[in-house]
Ligand binder design. Structure first.
Ligand code: ZN
Length: 74
């Protein structure tokens, strides 16, 4: 009987640990897309050379976006 109780206790502990780990993993999974930012990962087209660059790296100009220092307006 004591063995059975011990087994039940182990199962409960494992279940709680698994739930804890799952909740932690889920929380990280939810946090990750927010930190990456879908808006920053979006590609925009350079008005100067036509290259697609991440919006975070692009420089906003009057008529759209252009890529970094490598592409200066004329
Ligand atoms: Zn460019």
């Amino acid at each position: 009987m004591a063995k059975l109780l011990l087994l039940v206790a182990i199962v409960i502990v494992v279940a709680l640990l698994a739930r804890h780990l799952f909740a932690k993993k889920q929380a990280q999974g939810q946090a990750a897309p927010r930190s990456d930012g879908t808006e920053e990962a979006k590609l925009v087209r350079c008005v100067e050379c036509g290259a697609f660059v991440p919006k975070a790296e692009a420089v906003a100009v009057g008529n759209g976006f252009r890529c970094g220092a490598g592409c200066k307006p004329h």
